[in-house]
Design a binder for this molecule. Sequence first.
Ligand code: 13P
Length: 227
Amino acid sequence: MDEKIIAGNFKSNFNRKETISYLNKLNHIKTNHKIFIFPAISSIVENNFNNITLGAQNCYFAQNGAFTGEITLKHLEEFEINTIIIGHSERRNLFLESDDICAKKFHFFKEQKFCIFYCIGESLEIRNSNKELEFLKKQLEVIDLNYKNLIIAYEPIWAIGTGVNAELNQIKDCISYLKTLSKAPIIYGGSVNEDNAKDILKITDGILVGNASLNINKFNHIIKEGK
Ligand code: 13P
């Protein structure tokens, strides 16, 4: 298979010790795919692995300052992190990040030349009313779709953490539509596992894996395109 983006989003799992142990094991993997891991921010380590790029799941859009509880660019620079996820649905829904906040983050980190995984995705309600494409378009209206370090992650909310991945034709339809809007790589996330990864990789530029990335054997299988 051509080179794909294969990313693991650890969310709020694995402490530092567990993260380091995982990364040391994963770093031995031989693959032509591009591997990214997004650890919990307090588990972040120097971004100097040969075969893995580390990224931040979130960061405030400032160099540093009075933003109690947040981390800022200064904290990522210390670890040479220059990859970030913006707009994940858990940030949007649990932490009330609006399109406006996501846009501010996008423009700040674009200025810093970060590789940006920009997440979009519709709710079940929107999908059931057949409005997903216009919804996705609207979510993308606030960012620069020509930014050269952009990766668009299509993650339908109803498929995240539910064990119900989108069907291949649903993924295909959304990816084809998104390809008409941007030349950026388009990846898919939502209940990707070692059984469905290969088929999903065939029709996308990559995958963003949550739960299944927490098991290194499963993630290895995913990177090797299936069991
Ligand atoms: P799951 O793979 O656990 O559904 O999570 C997907 C996700 O949110 C990746 O960012």
